[in-house]
Design a protein around this ligand. Sequence first.
Ligand code: ZN
Length: 483
Amino acid sequence: MKRNKIFWLLAILFSLLLNTTWAAVRFEKYFVDKTMRVDFFHTGIKNKEIVSLDKVYEEPALLTHQRQLWSGNKHNLIDTLNLGKYLVKVSDVATNQLIFSRGFCSLFGEWQTTDEAEKGIYRTFHESVLFPFPKKMIQLTIAARDADNFFQDIFSTVIDPNSRFINREARRYNFQTGALFKHGDPDQKVDLAILADGYQHNEMKLFRQDIKRLLDVLFDTLPFKTRKKDFNVWYVESLSLDSGIDEPRRNNWRQTALGASYNSFDSPRYVLSFENRQIRDIASLVPYDQIYIVVNSERYGGGGIFNLYSTCYARDKGENSQWWPEYVFVHEFGHAFAGLGDEYYSSEVAYNEFYPLTVDPWEPNVAILKNGTVKWNHLIQDETPLPTPWGKAAYDSLGKALMTLDRSDSTFKEKYQQVYQQREQLFLNQQYRGKVGAFEGSGYSSEGLYRPFIDCIMFSKSLVGFCPVCSTAIEKMIDFHTR
Ligand SMILES: [Zn+2]
């Protein structure tokens, strides 16, 4: 009897706890079916950051729907996934109740890892957070992870949804928009918006061909393949005056719709755009949970930032690298959609500053070993040793062979393929191939960081598919958007 009482007491306490933290916030109570966008400037150096408010918008009617709406999930308003370097929180001022939160990453956060930020040169980036349009006064707070990965508030302000300072103007673009496929209402699906950059008027047919080819591969890759019905894919034929995008290292400059450029943060193949306002304005023509910018270029490049956007080059002219744009397309979406980290590393870099080896990274697929366990331990069979042997020394020497290949050599691709095949052979011979374990070498570091599987599209530059841990993270994110 006594035991029974304790049980019920615990059950009540537990459900109370669930109610206060995971409570299903009733959408209709706090929000109307529209989107509020808050733009801000994010300024600082390596260990210092300031957020300052720019503008608040009531997002206008979507071109595709002729009305305003909130395209995110109306049940899962509070983020339960704990991903991203930043967290936006929205609270009802009257009751102090948290009514919305979402993890994300940003250009500023990415830039903070560069030499420039380390040297103490201040820079500013324009960013946005979006959430359903509140009915009453809200407290908007932005938090950033500290050195131990806990969120600390860095900015807070009160917003009155009835204020005359909220920009409510319509946006008029003469761009063709539409759905490539639509499986349901935007609030019940993952809405992926594909925007064109560097395509002139006469190149839009090419744009449609490019994105169809890239999407076919994404939705042929698990788990997207089995969850295709959970997605809507929208496109915006955002017109550019020039063809192609900026290539600073070649002194090629183009005036384009979204301002995408190679050599972002001085990394030759890193394609980003810093024109956040322009991207958000144009994306707002269609429903979106994720933005994908496809750039009209045949030169290898891309980028993906969690809950910001992905970028990818459209096609490759090289005969042996036909699948590279498709690989980039899927890999970058892994970053932007599910917050996956890079599992690759260079054997030259033992440790780097990107992930301090004392704190477990928040990314679901990169980990430190702590007391002999790793965060995906529940997926590891008892007989698999940790760390898991995988022929690392042989792999590293093949990696060095790849590094010494000369790209300008006419036999480059042939030699590259040879080394790549040797790598594949090496993997085939490993005892723990196909098992989840803790394989050392991940997150740009040769030592101290681990990946869950011998191979994964977040590890190899190849269409090998997502490993079980990455797949699980993607499924969780799809569920969060759609259930
Ligand atoms: Zn993986």
